[in-house]
Design a binder for this molecule. Structure first.
Ligand code: PLP
Length: 382
């Protein structure tokens, strides 16, 4: 049986074997399995040490203080905590939130829930390149704007926001900047001090760590307070209760340490793979780039295939794992809301595929995808 070729790294990445090895040492009786909150014995302290060392690995990636990292179950929960927690804690000062229509559902649906609670949301529509400009943000700012939430890298297009410039506008207007950076770890420099980021959502499984773990970076500052969403033992300085999953946490820590050490080299290699794909398709007509590659990470490229239906194309490319639209909406046949909002016509949006690459993608994978596309397209267009 020929193995499926995996070109869906933006949906999730496989766990790096080096990460899996560290995780496996934090589960069983002969490992570091204890409850990190157990204060009465040595095993609890050892588990706590492992958690704190992982917290430093995550903080180091963004040049933050480890005390600024709050563990969550993933970027979805981190986005909920940042938006709901911050808006509720500051409701006496204002009620306005600014975000964009191409955020991940974990931000879009959270902001919508806040609207139902009486907060007001301004929804910015990005340009054709998928980016909100600092001028657009300046226009949207109000005296009662508390928070701006914009993603670092869009999960469907790969486009990169100019976070430093957006932070400047948010701060000039007296607001804080939250960034969903789930797709940016190991892909971009995420130095929170240099960029002016106040809160940042992170996920383990988009960066070769395990699923079910993430974190929220929260700048240590008297004017950044969050109301907790999950109440219990008062873990994570009261911001997020629940027994810390040591094995998940050390996995995310190791994954982030690897991203710090190897991310740049990974991306340089992946750029040559993306160019190999685009060059290899240049002899075919009617392929449109939904991704503006000059302002995007190299590991995501979204292409529209004129004259074919995306689902049929996906069927014809059964040997390759990839997404139409984003994986999160793959249950419905509606065109992706992200492609719609950057002005991609409905028929082209429905005929779009997202190719996403990663650490374990090879030239042979790209060549196999090229061969499958050359084989499938003429038949589908006939
Ligand atoms: C995957 C993803 C999320 C959700 O992260 P989980 O850790 O799976 O909850 C949020 N935002 C973006 C941009 C993502 O790509």
């Amino acid at each position: 049986m020929s193995a499926l070729i995996y070109l869906d790294y933006a949906a999730t990445t496989p766990v790096d074997p080096r990460v899996a090895e560290v995780m496996s040492r934090h589960l069983t009786l002969d490992g570091n399995f204890a409850n990190p909150a157990s204060r009465s014995h040595m095993l609890g302290w050892q588990a706590e040490q492992a958690v704190e060392s992982a917290r430093r690995q995550v903080a180091d990636l963004m040049s933050a203080d480890p005390r600024e990292i709050v563990w969550t179950s993933g970027a979805t929960e981190a986005n909920n905590l940042a938006l709901i927690g911050f808006m509720r804690a500051n409701r006496e000062r204002g009620r306005h939130l600014v975000t964009s229509v191409i955020e991940h559902k974990a931000v879009v649906d959270t902001a919508t829930a806040l609207e139902a609670e009486g907060f007001e949301v301004t929804w910015l529509t990005p340009g054709a390149d998928g980016r909100v400009t600092p001028a657009q943000l300046r226009e949207a700012m109000r005296p009662d704007t508390l928070l701006v939430s914009l993603m670092a890298v869009n999960n469907e297009l790969g486009c990169i926001h100019d976070l430093a410039a957006l932070a400047e506008v948010a701060h000039a207007g007296g607001a804080k900047l939250h960034v969903d950076a789930a797709q940016a770890v190991g892909r971009l420099d995420l130095d929170v001090g240099r960029l002016g980021i106040d809160m940042m959502s992170l996920s383990g499984h988009k960066a070769y760590g395990p699923k079910g773990i993430g974190a929220l970076y929260v700048r240590r500052s008297p004017d950044i307070r969050l109301e907790a969403l999950i109440h219990g033992g008062g873990h994570e300085r009261g911001m997020r209760s629940g027994t810390l999953p040591t094995h998940q946490i050390v996995g995310m820590g190791e994954a982030f340490a690897l991203a710090s050490a190897e991310g740049e080299a990974d991306q340089a290699r992946i750029l040559t793979l993306r160019n190999r794909l685009l060059d290899g398709l240049s002899d075919l007509d009617g392929i449109h780039r939904n991704t503006h590659v000059d302002v995007a990470v190299p590991n995501i490229v979204n292409l529209a295939f004129e004259g074919v239906d995306g689902e049929s194309l996906l069927m014809a490319l059964r040997s390759i794992a990839l997404s139409t639209g984003s994986a999160c909406n793959s249950a419905s046949v509606e065109p992706s809301y992200v492609l719609k909002s950057i002005g991609v016509p409905r028929a082209l949006a429905l005929a779009s595929l997202r190719f996403s690459f990663g650490r374990f993608t090879t030239e042979a994978d790209i060549d196999a995808a090229l061969e499958a596309l050359h084989h499938a397209l003429p038949g589908l267009r006939r």
